[in-house]
Write a protein of this length. Structure first.
Length: 287
């Protein structure tokens, strides 16, 4: 199933994780040991191994990453994305909408990072990215918005958030125990903020606005993970390189859903029927 369509290079294609950082030798040696303990090549050589694609666009990357022939890439869409269409009640969202009526709920999900990979902890709420708590909260108040911050679980232990210092009603940090099902939750927020996360390729099927925050783009692609394609040319959506630019995007209403062309490019098979199509493919393969 994997865990998302790739912007970042994965598995066989990921040759530069760690880049030129001080920890890169350690990172490569660790990766070598892990491959010995959990050998991808043996796993990937399984005759019955298949993977799924959300669109034809990702097929070439999945073929090289998993070392699979074209017929082993199932054009079904990711089953988890069916939950984006479920609209089951999420208690946390119900609570937020009750406490802050008529507010726009913005979900902020930065991509996977760890201090071991980059030699530095990524904290999006750092002053070097133009963050000021008072200005941040004032902007959310002015725009009648609530920001729900969902760090990647691997990075949560490294991150000291600012929500405890705030009024809490406008900036909320959540973890996996705070909601019932992440994609059901994501499907019901009003806007997504992310940077390089694969959730972008899934969320766009909701036809809701996406804002991209590549705060540390140059550092990330150099020291953490290379990309399969040009980020700024291919990732449609309002982009902010710091919080000041994000404030302007909110204040000027310059956020928007991606075009139908982009949606079809990245999410061709996402329509709430991924489980149904995949089950059909599995039963065919089992005959």
């Amino acid at each position: 199933m994997w865990h998302g369509m790739p912007l970042k290079k994965i598995l066989n294609d990921d040759t530069n994780s760690g880049g030129e950082s001080a920890n890169s030798d350690f990172r490569r040696k660790t990766a070598h040991i892990l491959r010995k303990l959990f050998p991808w090549k043996i796993f990937l050589a399984q005759k019955k191994l298949f993977t799924v694609a959300n669109s034809e666009f990702f097929v070439p990357f999945l073929k090289t990453a998993f070392n699979l022939p074209d017929e082993k890439i199932l054009r079904t869409g990711s089953p988890r994305c069916d939950a984006l269409f479920a609209h089951r009640k999420e208690p946390l969202l119900e609570k937020i909408r009750g406490q802050v009526p008529e507010s726009k709920i913005i979900l902020y999900m930065p991509t996977f990072r760890t201090a071991e990979w980059t030699g530095d902890v990524f904290n999006p709420f750092d002053e070097k990215y133009g963050f000021d708590l008072d200005e941040f909260l004032a902007t959310l108040e002015r725009q009648k918005s609530v920001l729900v911050y969902k760090p990647h679980f691997s990075d949560l232990r490294f991150i000291k958030t600012v929500s405890q210092k705030s009024s809490a009603s406008r900036l909320i940090t959540v973890n996996d125990s705070d909601y019932d099902e992440l994609y059901n939750f994501a499907g019901q927020v009003d806007m997504l903020m992310t940077d390089y996360s694969s959730i972008y390729f899934d969320f766009i099927v909701t036809k809701k606005p996406v804002v991209l925050l590549p705060f540390d783009y140059d550092f990330y692609i150099k020291y953490a993970r290379g990309h399969y394609f040009n980020y700024f040319e291919n990732m449609e959506g309002a982009k902010a390189k710091n919080w000041q630019e994000f404030y302007r995007i909110l204040d000027e209403g310059k956020y928007y859903p991606v075009s139908e062309k982009t949606r079809k490019t990245f999410a061709e098979y996402l329509d709430g029927k991924g489980c149904e199509r995949l089950w059909s493919k599995i039963t065919e393969a089992a005959k």
